[in-house]
Design a protein around this ligand. Structure first.
Ligand code: GEK
Length: 243
């Protein structure tokens, strides 16, 4: 299933609807995200390393917006702390169905609870690690502050948040330049101009990027004691914040 190529926007569409995480997207998701998000593999690798070091015994590890469970698998492969439990949440049923197959295909000692539901209504409790790998960008702007505060409140002191996001830059000229570099990355990965422009239209008002400064301010306001950029490739950044 992971070898299916993303051709969703390859043919001209009479009307480009808003992007949604439906069965067609779930079927090609690994190919889509690898060819679209610079640094995705390096971020997953870091999530595994962070889980190895920072998962606390007897705590919960959350993968919010888990899609097919790539971050969940990275955590489960690397956790060595005893009695942890991974809670993986996504509100797209086709994603969760495939995530179940992916996760069951690998053995692991840490139990995984898969929830098909809205992360805005998922209780966060006793967490030592929370991962939001390219998920906050899909949450409506007015909900983001309260969500991050609720996540922080559900974390153990010293727990860690990994927040990866598409970002935008304050300076419009720089933003345009880095956007072009990202589009070159997509072109180099085989996406045509038509695919790029139709996907861009579909994501308009669905994926809303913010600046790194906004993310940092929100994390501090939510009660995280510190926050740094762990990885950045063009306009895709992964932040690490400590509770
Ligand atoms: C990975 N983290 O491969 N509640 C739950 N899930 C949501 C919500 C919500 N309110 N809104 C969006 N999602 C993954 C990749 S993809 C990123 C994450 C991308 C889910 C949505 O259904 C989708 O599966 C995921 O967030 C975003 O490590 O496609 O750019």
């Amino acid at each position: 299933m992971s070898d299916i190529r993303d051709r969703i926007y390859a043919e001209p569409l009479t009307e480009v609807g808003g992007f949604s995480f439906d069965a067609r997207v779930a079927a090609v998701f690994p190919d889509m995200i690898c060819r679209s998000v610079p640094g995705y593999g390096a971020i997953l690798e870091s999530i595994g390393r962070v889980a190895a070091r920072h998962a606390q015994p007897g705590s919960r590890l959350y993968d919010l917006g888990c899609s097919l469970g790539a971050a969940t698998l990275a955590m489960r492969r690397n956790v060595s702390a005893p009695d942890c439990r991974i809670v993986a949440v996504d509100n797209a049923a086709p994603m969760i169905e495939r995530a179940r197959e992916h996760i069951e295909a690998f053995r692991g000692d840490t139990p995984v609870e898969l929830i098909c539901g809205d992360l805005l209504h998922t209780p966060i409790e006793d967490a030592s690690l929370v991962v939001m790998n390219f998920t906050l960008q899909f949450i409506p702007l007015p909900e983001r502050d309260a969500l991050m505060a609720r996540i922080r409140a559900g974390m153990r002191q010293g727990g860690v948040l990994v927040l990866a996001e598409k970002i935008r830059f304050e300076d419009p000229a720089l933003d345009a330049l880095v956007t072009e570099l990202h589009l070159d990355f997509k072109r180099a990965n085989g996406y045509s101009e038509l695919e790029i422009s139709q996907k861009r239209q579909a994501l308009e008002n669905v994926l809303i990027p913010e600046t790194l400064a906004t993310h940092r301010q929100r994390l501090h306001a939510a009660g995280f004691v510190s926050c740094e950029t762990l990885i950045q490739h063009y306009n895709f950044a992964c932040l690490l914040a400590v509770a």
